[in-house]
Design a protein around this ligand. Structure first.
Ligand SMILES: *[C@@H]1O[C@H](CO)[C@@H](O)[C@H](O)[C@H]1NC(C)=O
Ligand SMILES: *[C@@H]1O[C@H](CO)[C@@H](O)[C@H](O)[C@H]1NC(C)=O
Ligand SMILES: *[C@@H]1O[C@H](CO)[C@@H](O)[C@H](O)[C@H]1NC(C)=O
Ligand SMILES: *[C@@H]1O[C@H](CO)[C@@H](O)[C@H](O)[C@H]1NC(C)=O
Ligand SMILES: *[C@@H]1O[C@H](CO)[C@@H](O)[C@H](O)[C@H]1NC(C)=O
Ligand SMILES: *[C@@H]1O[C@H](CO)[C@@H](O)[C@H](O)[C@H]1NC(C)=O
Ligand SMILES: CC(=O)N[C@H]1CO[C@H](CO)[C@@H](O)[C@@H]1O
Length: 441
């Protein structure tokens, strides 16, 4: 059910530049979460014979129901459903270990809301060493289904305010923020219909799991003041085989979808990303001596609006980088608007200068990558350049194929940059030449 987009006309493109939110006039898809829901309504599955479990609701934002929630899941485990009805709120104010699950459903039509007691959460959490991640709770086990028209609310505003001025990659940062939904060692995890909102940091982080499917979910929140919802990635993964996202609206402040080390068999289709850093494979190869891979990813039918990047691959280089590979990734049918770099392959991540990158090239080999049918308009922030493929002559970037690329820039005839890589199926110019023509990177 992917709708048709008309060819981008010149008039429409000119309109796009002058409009504040930059969505060009030929774009016919949803522009808000409510419009998205009209395009993709979520319908409840019919009644079933499973045992239903109910718990008391909260009467305020501090009326903690975490004990009852845990008890409810224990009662519903092995064949039942915990029902959280519409119009009711269930506040979670204590960390919860939910890794015992086996054939359980949560029908979330109401709201699960975390307390914003920062002092409590910064002293009580589940930790994962990858990029110093912490979470409010952890889900795991098998045959778990969370579905409904309800909301999972991280109550993030106070976290955004408290993090103002800090940087997540700063090694001295101690202001840790909990991930909204964290699963580990889960097999057959299905999440359908619900809305994720107000995540303090990453929205979903799935670790050491198999067959995880998100269908028809919404991830959205914008800060209500000038403190940005930083690092609120839509999805991240680590050690996961089988990660699917179908039909999603994502309106957040960092990567829209971003599998991390050791993720395989990835499928994404019909996803709307607004205001994000794009769909990104990796980064991988960050840690010295560690082997990482990403393989078999198929990403199609993507609407990328107001983004930093469209489709991106990132692999670390430099003297302390790790190694591994990214293999068999297809990005297909991307429509972009107001996006700084619609296509990026970066094997000199993170900001590794060309001399250093050829001295210490990435040891993450990149093979068999397809970018096919990209249309739309960049933001013009990078001049005429709409795509940037940066390898190093000493690294492996093999069988990279761009086709049906019809991207435009408001700054003039679109140009693709290839640095340390050639034969990509479309004409491209070396970085040095692009710099001579005024590109500042
Ligand atoms: C992973 O989950 C399975 C059940 O799905 C369980 O038997 C196993 O002990 C769990 N492993 C770890 C490390 O938690
Ligand atoms: C990723 O896979 C590689 C190769 O199988 C393995 O050496 C490495 O330990 C894995 N990483 C993690 C985090 O499991
Ligand atoms: C889309 O993202 C832009 C940039 O972040 C933001 O200004 C705009 O409000 C968002 N649109 C919607 C419908 O939320
Ligand atoms: C490439 O990845 C896709 C998506 O996961 C998969 O369907 C396909 O079989 C893979 N191709 C090869 C040659 O492994
Ligand atoms: C190219 O992608 C657009 C959506 O961005 C889609 O409408 C169109 O049908 C695709 N073209 C082909 C040939 O698949
Ligand atoms: C690149 O992809 C196009 C379209 O799928 C195909 O026709 C072409 O043969 C491919 N080129 C290479 C070098 O594989
Ligand atoms: C669209 C949406 O969910 N907006 C919410 C974002 O968060 C603020 C405050 O947390 C709510 O007031 C909005 O309704």
């Amino acid at each position: 059910m992917f709708f048709k987009l008309p060819a981008l006309g010149l008039v429409a493109s000119l309109l796009a530049i002058t409009e504040a939110a930059h969505m060009d006039a030929s774009y016919l898809g949803p522009r808000t979460v409510d419009e998205y829901r009209r395009f993709y309504p979520y319908t409840h599955p019919g009644p079933d014979k499973r045992k239903k479990v109910y718990i008391p609701e909260s009467h305020s934002d501090t009326d903690d129901r975490s004990c009852e929630f845990l008890q409810g899941l224990k009662e519903a485990n092995h064949g039942g459903t915990l029902v959280l009805p519409a119009g009711k709120k269930f506040v979670i104010g204590r960390k919860l270990d939910l890794t015992f699950l086996d054939d359980v459903q949560v029908q979330l039509d109401g709201e699960i809301k975390f307390t914003d007691d920062i002092e409590y959460w910064q002293n009580n959490y589940f930790a994962h060493p990858f990029q110093k991640s912490i979470s409010f709770w952890q889900w795991g086990g098998k045959d778990i289904r969370i579905f409904g028209t309800g909301t999972l609310n991280g109550n993030g505003q106070k976290w955004y305010d408290g993090f103002a001025g800090l940087e997540v990659l700063d090694p001295d940062n101690t202001y840790l923020r909990p991930i909204l939904f964290y699963a580990q060692n889960a097999t057959n995890l299905f999440i359908e219909g619900i809305k994720f909102t107000g995540s303090p940091i990453w929205t979903n982080f799935v670790v050491t799991s198999k067959n995880v499917v998100y269908d028809n979910v919404i991830i959205e929140n914008l800060s209500t003041n000038e403190n940005l919802p930083k690092n609120t990635d839509g999805w991240d993964s680590y050690n996961v085989d089988g990660l699917t996202v179908r039909n999603a609206w994502v309106n957040i402040g960092d990567d829209c979808f971003s599998p991390k080390p050791n993720t395989s068999n990835i499928f994404v289709s019909n996803i709307y990303c607004n205001g994000t850093h794009g769909i990104s494979m990796g980064s991988i190869g960050q840690y010295e001596g560690v082997k990482d891979y990403i393989e078999n990813a198929y990403i199609e039918n993507v609407i990328m609006l107001n983004a930093e990047n469209g489709a991106r691959l990132k692999a670390w280089a430099g003297p302390t980088a790790g190694y591994g590979y990214i293999k068999n990734v297809t990005f297909k049918n991307f429509y972009v608007d107001n996006t700084d770099w619609p296509i990026v392959l970066d094997a000199c991540y993170f900001n590794v200068k060309p001399e250093i990158c050829s001295q210490y090239p990435s040891r993450v080999d990149i093979h068999d990558i397809v970018f096919k049918n990209f249309t739309g308009m960049s933001s013009g922030k990078n001049g005429r350049q709409v795509a940037k493929l940066t390898c190093s002559p000493n690294a492996v970037c093999d069988n990279i194929n761009l086709s049906e690329i019809d991207l435009h820039s408001p700054k003039g005839e679109a140009e693709i940059i290839c640095d340390g890589i050639s034969d990509v199926g479309v004409p491209c110019v070396p970085l040095t030449e692009a710099r001579k023509r005024g590109l500042v990177l």
